[in-house]
Design a protein around this ligand. Sequence first.
Ligand code: CTP
Ligand code: MG
Length: 231
Amino acid sequence: MGKCTAIVLAAGKGRRMNTEVQKQFLEIKGHPVIYYSLKCFQESPLVDEIILVTGKESISYCQKEIIDKYSLSKVKKVTAGGKERYDSVYEGLLACTDTQYVMIHDGARPFVTQEILERGMEGVLKHKACVIGMPSKDTVKLAGEDGCILDTPDRRSVWTIQTPQIFEYSLIKKAYDIMRLADMSSVTDDAMVVERAVSHKVALVQGSYQNIKITTPEDLLIAEVFLKNSL
Ligand code: CTP
Ligand code: MG
């Protein structure tokens, strides 16, 4: 197996969380949110290197208070992100050095596990592109501009998407290079870039219902409960 780099994203502003400290640096159970996923990648035998993408103003904080403090030796670079998530991902892709696979992960998802990384690696070896997700527990509706329901997809075919999203490096880099010349404003995950730019099939791989993204204040309460039960 070739070299695998994890790109961990922590350059968002956390507008929906709306706390003074950005959500990825808030502490749960005594450690910053971002620490938990970095630890998972650090401990994974599948991962060779980690690139941490954060705000320009947070680079030295991350280096001192997270990477040095927790001895995260696989973090080879801390690089500045961009305005949108897809800008930050692109900075992460540019920071990779001759890697064959990338695992792109939201630093705001502390509950990624070794089992998820193993299933994801299996998926990328087979399909070159895969994303972690779970079948939707809720019925999903497509809304029209008038605020009324347009359509209801069959729930059995609806998945909610998590991270990591795992790709052969050359495939995702090419897809981003193509998409960056077009309008990216509706892009919310990396699979979309591959679906649209290179029309390569992206496999769905089971994550877990615990692999939540810390997005709004109640997610912090849920995260505390998950951590209480796992320790
Ligand atoms: N992210 C990033 N660079 C950006 C935007 C987001 O690195 N310009 C990262 C976030 O730090 C987070 C992940 O992408 O780990 C998922 O994004 P999201 O949950 O939307 O975080 P924020 O953009 O920070 O939050 P919000 O959308 O509420 O402002
Ligand atoms: Mg966002």
